[in-house]
Write a protein that binds this ligand. Structure first.
Ligand SMILES: *Cc1c(COP(=O)(O)O)cnc(C)c1O
Length: 463
């Protein structure tokens, strides 16, 4: 087969450009359940459906691009975490992954707590009616106004991140006549991402108070002396998109070491330990994430074992999954605008969104999958790069993927696993209007965050 016979793009391994793509999948129409939300399927016409609604109907109803969220899947994942950790542990959903009032209500109903890290996230949670004592407030530079609001609202815990903040929170709490529950975030010297983790030398970051040089012990000393603070535990968060439990093992060992030192010095056994979030999800078929029950079992065993050997009562554990709950629930639906074949190089598929709705590819070199959603096709696989419509050549959504060679303008394509850190990191670059989030369940689609309008943009422009 000669290349010139296929002007739409290169087809064979011997003419594929360099990149880290796998071989084309056997069936381009198949939807790997690893990367797609639970209720995603194709109907008899070959159209992708989610929650019983097909994407052509969705596009007609809300337009494209759009984030399409499988509500049943979100609830099932939240519940799986809740159930896996049982009554002796708390699950805090990390709101920064994606937060809206509907999400807060689902969490409330499924028995999860919530992490926020800004006044805006706190306001969203409170306005959706979540009890303040189920909220944890994070961040390395909370403003005095944010702290005041959190203490006034009665948040369940503030996670202290610096010596200045210990004093600041204590001062504001005293002024408000409150005793604020707090944890101290420590840096355990472990950084974990995806398949590998590195111990030592990772104190060099803005979050947390280092364990290594005794600073964390000093922070505990100071917090225990302040009457307006109730120190309930130690917090550690080691990274993101982690598949390997060994980083948590080292983190738990070191945090329990601190708990033991605190007991020996102050005669106090701190009742809680928070191991953070960071559990990985499948963005492509090559990723193998762990199930919540495996994670719960592993973490509980690690902490119990460490405490037994330190002769401490096992503290209450909390975890803070963000991506692992919301990431897989959502796909982004785009319409194809152009298909540009560069002979001998690659084929560029331009969609009606891009780095303004998914910055992760540009920011982290993230990998994604993609499928033709508005129909099936028997055409042969074509290696493509899915790009956005922004004035930036790094505006890439999916770096290397296979789509059918008959892909054409007007087709809808869907990029799965975009529930975390996509809408929440979306921007107005090029004055793009941020896409809506549509929750689909039982045959019904409900907009939970509406599409931005030009009026929204112009409202801020008061010059
Ligand atoms: C970001 C973050 C999380 C959530 O991370 P995921 O990778 O989304 O699970 C949890 N805890 C803290 C403190 C964080 O900063």
């Amino acid at each position: 087969m000669s290349r010139s016979a296929h002007p739409a793009g290169p087809r064979h391994a011997d003419v594929l450009p360099e990149g880290h793509y796998a071989a084309p999948p056997v069936d381009l129409n198949a939807l790997d359940p690893k990367v797609w939300a639970q209720t995603v399927d194709r109907n008899a016409d070959g159209v992708v459906t989610v929650g019983g609604v097909d994407v052509n109907a969705l596009a007609a109803q809300v337009g494209t691009p759009a984030y399409v969220l499988d509500e049943e899947d979100f609830r099932a994942r939240a519940r799986a975490w809740r159930t896996a950790f049982g009554h002796d542990a708390d699950v805090f959903y990390a709101g920064k992954a994606f937060l809206s009032r509907a999400v807060v209500r689902w969490l409330d109903e499924e028995g999860l707590n919530l992490d926020v890290c800004s006044g805006g996230e706190l306001a969203t949670a409170l306005s959706a009616g979540l009890a303040a004592d189920r909220i944890a407030f994070h961040g390395n530079n909370k403003t005095p106004a944010e702290i005041r609001r959190a203490v006034e609202a009665g948040v369940g815990r503030i996670v202290l991140d610096s010596f200045q903040e210990i004093v600041r929170v204590a001062h504001l709490a005293r002024e408000l006549g409150r005793r604020q529950r707090v944890q101290i975030r420590v840096t355990v010297g472990v950084e974990a991402h995806t398949h590998e983790f590195i111990a030592t030398a990772h104190e060099d970051q803005k979050f947390g108070i280092p364990l290594a040089d005794g600073q964390a012990a000093e922070a505990v000393r100071r917090a225990l002396q302040l009457d307006s603070l109730e120190l309930i535990g130690i917090h550690s968060h080691i990274g993101s998109q982690i598949f390997d439990m060994s980083g948590f093992e080292v983190a738990a060992h070191r945090v329990v070491g601190l708990l033991k030192d605190v007991r020996d010095e102050h005669g106090v056994e701190l009742p809680e330990i928070d191991l953070g979030g960071g559990l990985g999800i499948a963005y492509t078929s090559g990723d193998d994430p762990r199930e919540p029950h495996e994670i719960a079992k592993a973490l509980t065993e690690i902490v119990t074992r460490e405490c037994e050997s330190a002769k401490l009562r096992t503290p209450r554990i909390s975890v803070e999954p963000g991506r692992a709950i919301v990431g897989p629930t959502t796909f982004t639906l785009y319409e194809v605008g152009t298909v540009k074949a560069l002979e001998g190089l690659r084929t560029y598929v331009s969609v009606d969104g891009g780095m303004s709705d998914n910055i992760r590819t540009a920011l982290y070199d993230a990998e994604y999958s993609v499928a033709l959603a508005s129909r099936t096709s028997d055409a042969e696989p074509m290696l493509v790069r899915v790009v956005g419509k922004h004035c930036e050549s790094g505006d890439i959504v999916v770096k290397d993927a296979f789509l059918p060679a008959d892909l054409a303008p007007g087709d809808l394509i869907a990029v799965p696993a975009t529930g975390a850190y996509c809408r929440s990191m979306a921007s107005n670059y090029n004055h793009a209007l941020r896409p809506p989030v549509v929750a689909v369940r039982d045959g019904e689609a409900r907009v939970i965050v509406r599409r931005e309008s030009e009026e929204d943009l112009l409202r801020l422009d008061v010059g």
